[in-house]
Design a protein around this ligand. Sequence first.
Ligand code: PBG
Length: 332
Amino acid sequence: MTASSHDAAFPVARPRRLRRGAALRRLVAETRVLPENLVLPVFVKEGIDAPVPISSMPGQVQHTRDSLRKAAAEAAAAGVGGLMVFGIPAHKDERGSAADDPEGIVQAALRDLSSEVGDDLVVMADLCLCEYTSHGHCGPLETGGHVDNDLTLERYASIAAAQAEAGAAVVAPSGMMDGQVAAIRAGLDGAGFPQVPILAYAAKYASSFYGPFREAAEGAPQFGDRSGYQQDPANVRESLREVALDVAEGADMVMVKPGLAYLDVVAKVAEISPVPVSAYQVSGEYAMIEAAAERGWIDREKAILETLTSYRRAGAEQILTYWATEAARLLR
Ligand code: PBG
């Protein structure tokens, strides 16, 4: 006997009805990614006269000040929401002196960008020391090799003031030191920048997916790893605590990082956070998709848009992605 509308077993609910045709699917889509949700991370290096390609991140470069301006203008024209600027200084030392030098590379780039594209998108400064210290850790060390938490806070407060002075519209501490948001808030307020928001990398895991970034930013630890300050991938309750602490200390926005392997964390943080939630599609995620696409094993553009949609679906309102400009154009 064939199934018919007279059978009790005949499907009453037919979800496939709404999947018939692109127009219907578009009409009922629950999640949309907009160009203004996207933030482009960029690297600017001191002392180079042409952009340097990053081999583990095909399509990405370490910029000169000039090439960065051009990339920023392209991002703005594509409707991207913001930039996250990372600086790579010519000289590193134990305390990362170049990070808060008013003439340092990141400050110079922030001045360029805030005057040229600052009205069109949000120019954010990554605030950390690993690109600036000779040992590659995210703050000055105590004897024994651990990062000295409270000495690092003084450095971060000073860097925040230098970045705001140079025109950063948002500062984004990524070092995972205890108390960093409170210290930076006090530093900004004391230097006359009470209006500058803090985007806290609140839940940042010690992840293997940062591998290519360490080539890009030249900030690999020279010994040990970052698991003494970044979170253990096994934990999620700890992320909710980090978010609560950062919000209590004055974070205006919070971030989860990495994203793809941590979308459960993004979703849980989005449920409890009283402030906007960002997530970072990190270098290893970028490299995996680029490498698989290069071999013809994956549809590159579909994979990019699918992952970005998944970030939004999980609850991220801002997505940091190296594909920001390209994705913004595809989304138009
Ligand atoms: C440094 C920093 C890292 C990333 C952003 N800021 C690396 C790390 O913590 O080791 C990773 C970004 C990426 O992989 O795309 N504090």
